[in-house]
Design a protein around this ligand. Sequence first.
Ligand SMILES: NC(=O)c1ccc[n+]([C@@H]2O[C@H](COP(=O)([O-])OP(=O)(O)OC[C@H]3O[C@@H](n4cnc5c(N)ncnc54)[C@H](O)[C@@H]3O)[C@@H](O)[C@H]2O)c1
Length: 338
Amino acid sequence: MRVLLTGHQGYLGTVMAPVLAAAGHDVVGLDTGWFAGNVLGPVPTDPPTLTRDLREVTVADLEGFDAVIHLAALSNDPLGSLAPEITYDINHHASTRLARLSKEAGVGRFLYSSTCSVYGAAGSGLVAEDAELAPFTPYAVSKVRVEADLLDLADDSFTTVSLRNATAFGFSPRLRADIVLNNLVGYALLTGEVLVKSDGTPWRPLVHAADIAEVFTAALEAPAETVQGKALNVGDERNNVTVAEIAEAVASVTGAEVRITGEAGNDPRSYRVDFSLLRRTLPTARVRHSILDGARELVTAYRTHGLTAADFENRFVRLARIRELQEAGALDAGLRAP
Ligand SMILES: NC(=O)c1ccc[n+]([C@@H]2O[C@H](COP(=O)([O-])OP(=O)(O)OC[C@H]3O[C@@H](n4cnc5c(N)ncnc54)[C@H](O)[C@@H]3O)[C@@H](O)[C@H]2O)c1
């Protein structure tokens, strides 16, 4: 299939583009390139690229594609809360507009990268896709809104699927240090301590970036009637863990000491997620990597490629990178190139 992958120069997109290509798809990427040069290790080869802001996409950009996989976003809660109106602008309005224009351009399938953050504080019972949604942040609210808009657009000519990813982990050349496992491993190697700035009790489902890529590929290729209009949690129950358990896994791989500060964190999210619908709907998509697999992989990658404190605190932190672009005058307050 000819596929447009938005956000292909981000953390997940950099892993997903080669997986799609290896499955025989003809991939074109679309990205503003905010993180394109921030790479750990060898520079990846990107697919042909449209350097575009999502907010400027036209129908002409979308013609000739069989499918759009939409990853581009202000991609986490701190970033979303920094500037809620820009988050709604990009993550909600521009995303829904992209879907509408895709349909207009004759694109047949639209895969949307949503999040398990839509469940908010769900306690310790397992939540499935039909659970009540309780998004806390502009980031999570935007995801809920786009999912609803996609259902309005879905019809026989336009298949939409919302893939609610667990929190990702694992190596990507365009690394993120601001997601929990990647963060704890990096901090442990740099300081000798696994630092948990909470009481460690919140539940977090995790999933490896490569497993997300495999699930999206399966959703791209599945018969339309099996996925049409579905929201699917992306992950596996064995990676439903508490933050303290993640810290223990990191300690066992790095030899660093765990320190749990016990402070009340400012992130109220806690949810354990049921992934059985994913297995029933896309039985060929395997979620393979455990948290220990990811921790070992990250230790090797960080050591091999020489992760530094500056990388860890700035180059691979979304918020720090956006601020750097603003200070350099490359982005204005609305996150547009002046
Ligand atoms: N990483 C996770 O843990 C996780 C978990 C659940 C869902 N998701 C979702 O998956 C998607 C990808 O996440 P990621 O971790 O790769 O994020 P990322 O921040 O690493 O990458 C996002 C990419 O989108 C691009 N982008 C942002 N705004 C844009 C705009 N207006 N126009 C064009 N390009 C723009 C950025 O330049 C970047 O390359 C996001 O939608 C995110 O919400 C991620």
